[in-house]
Ligand binder design. Structure first.
Ligand SMILES: [Zn+2]
Ligand SMILES: [Zn+2]
Length: 62
């Protein structure tokens, strides 16, 4: 569409609104599909519930 496209930092495919995705808040500021970073569904739910939880991708953690 006309909206900005957010490519996944891992697979570089578009991250859609209805995709489960995490944002590398304190690092590269990229979105990542949940499955691309190997997050379990349970871990993903926890991140979403916890407002102040910051997630960081592997590249930025190291
Ligand atoms: Zn991806
Ligand atoms: Zn990152």
């Amino acid at each position: 569409g006309a909206m900005a496209i957010y490519p996944c930092g891992m697979c570089h495919k578009e991250v859609n609104d209805n995709d489960e995705a995490v944002f590398c808040e304190s690092g590269c500021n990229f979105f990542f599909h949940r499955t691309c970073v190997g997050l379990t569904e349970a871990a993903f739910q926890m991140l979403n519930k916890e407002v102040f939880a910051e997630w960081c991708c592997d590249k930025c953690v190291s």
